[in-house]
Design a protein around this ligand. Structure first.
Ligand code: DP6
Length: 327
């Protein structure tokens, strides 16, 4: 029997304007648009093989066999691809991240972007970038932003078909660097999917969402004009707003560690000293410090001096998801 195989690579992304809360949790239609940068150098590489002889799906991550919720999420996503292609076959999914596991780098964006591309290609679906992005979105919302290249905007849309991400500017547009301060291993935090579901329990979510179009416009303008100070102001505000919603949800979600706060308090001071640097945090304690390429060595060395920071990863703006042909 024939096996239908494809392999794909995708980068994680860091959001400048955040996605937090859905209008439809099942379809992952977000309450507001978001903007992000793909992270070059960090990636997930995924091989998918469909075979009519397989009797179930299997999934390995960094060579470890996955079961339970992790396998179920992959299988549910493969069902969408199988349905689109009208092919009922089970698949073997082998995935590997080149960034440290357990470092709290959001991996679901790169994971579902690579899986969407590999699985749809293996089954012979010829999807446009927008269709692929919309498909990846249903695996993990932020994954739709890892399909296009560079600096990306997720257009929230009004339906399954028109909620996808597009490139705002290619990676070469601006040589920003993301210095990721990885904190000492902390207890497992509430995942994003559960967080989205309780976003509306915060009395602050409606205000965050209603101000999003204005922040998106400020972010787009700052990006296109390469205006670092304008970008810094809106990126830090948007991160703080999302964390204010998280902290006032029911149950309350506190993602910060003491060192996260230490960095958030220090970075605006660094800016006043003349460094082009600003902070943003996702659903975890790690702090992403975006900076000008010329300031990256100084930012990295300052972050490394903070005792609870175990590692500082750096990434420039990366390309989109693509098929690969090596093993
Ligand atoms: C805080 O895309 O991880 O990183 O759709 O449930 O997989 P699911 O959620 P996910 O949410 C990302 C939340 C965030 C902000 C962002 O990346 O925009």
């Amino acid at each position: 029997m024939t096996t239908f195989t494809a392999t794909a690579l995708a980068h994680p992304n860091i959001a400048f304007i955040k996605y937090w809360g859905n209008r439809d949790d099942n379809l992952r239609l977000p309450q507001n648009g978001s903007v992000s940068m793909n992270l070059a150098g960090l990636h997930t590489h995924t091989r998918v093989s469909f075979d009519p002889a397989f009797t179930s799906d299997s999934f390995t991550l960094n060579h470890l066999v996955q079961t339970g919720a992790s396998l179920a999420r992959v299988s549910a996503f493969l069902n969408l691809v199988r349905e689109k292609a009208a092919k009922p076959w089970y698949a073997q999914v082998e995935s590997a991240n080149n960034f440290p596991t357990g470092a709290g780098i959001a991996s679901s964006a790169a994971a579902f972007a690579a899986l969407a591309l590999a699985a749809s290609s293996a089954l012979g679906l010829e999807l446009s970038e927008a269709q692929l992005s919309a498909l990846a979105r249903k695996g993990s919302g932020s994954a739709c932003r890892s399909i296009p290249s560079g600096y990306v905007e997720w257009l929230p849309g009004s339906s399954d078909e028109d909620s996808y991400a597009v490139t705002l500017a290619p990676p070469s547009h601006w040589d920003l660097v993301d210095c990721i301060a990885v904190m000492k291993d902390t207890h497992k935090v509430t995942g994003s999917s559960e967080g989205h579901q309780i976003a509306n329990t915060s009395p602050l979510q409606a205000a965050r969402v209603s101000g999003a179009p204005d922040r998106l416009q400020r972010c787009r303008q700052a990006l296109l004009a390469r205006d670092f100070d304008a970008l810094a102001a809106v990126v830090e505000l948007d991160s703080n707003l999302m964390h204010a919603v998280m902290m006032t949800s029911n149950p309350a979600l506190f993602y910060w560690e003491p060192a996260s706060v230490e960095i958030m308090k220090a970075v605006p001071g660094w800016r006043r000293e003349g460094l082009a640097a600003c902070y943003t945090l996702d659903a975890g304690p790690n702090v992403h410090v975006l900076c000008a390429v010329t300031d990256a060595p100084m930012v990295k060395s300052r972050l490394e001096q903070i005792p609870s920071v175990i590692q500082v990863l750096t990434a420039t703006a990366g390309g989109g998801a693509h098929l690969t042909f090596e093993d």
